[in-house]
Design a protein around this ligand. Sequence first.
Ligand SMILES: [Zn+2]
Length: 159
Amino acid sequence: MKNNNPICLYCNKPSEKVTGREVYPHRRDLYNKIFYRCVPCGAYVGCHPGTDRPLGRLANAELRKAKSEAHSLFDPLWKSGQLSRGSAYHWLQKQLGISQKECHIGMFSLELCQKAIEACKKRNQEHLTTGSILTGGPLVTPGLTESLCCQDNLTHIVI
Ligand SMILES: [Zn+2]
């Protein structure tokens, strides 16, 4: 039997294919989404929309928390209008030494999340100490919606 389910990198065993019903019982809107999960590790990952291709690695609670924290520190950089969304992602790429293609917080390893968190904290501190609130980039268009805040919406749901 061919099994395309991704290996759980925490325990090196194949994950099981499930739907949102199992992963998010309280989210009826996710019931038709496909996830791969590893119950013993509490790890899971969503799929590219309309496919059963996993978005990336299975993430456990620790990694999900790190991704969530990275988003909560990074997103305000452009949501506040300090930088445009493109400039903010460009800045993050440079901080982490990664390519644009790799710059999706949803795909980050724990290490990359931690680097991103540190970089954002450092940046916030510099901005506070220099009081350079007016030297930020162009203002973000008001009314930019939540759905635009991540380059891949499903990642956001997974977090
Ligand atoms: Zn596992």
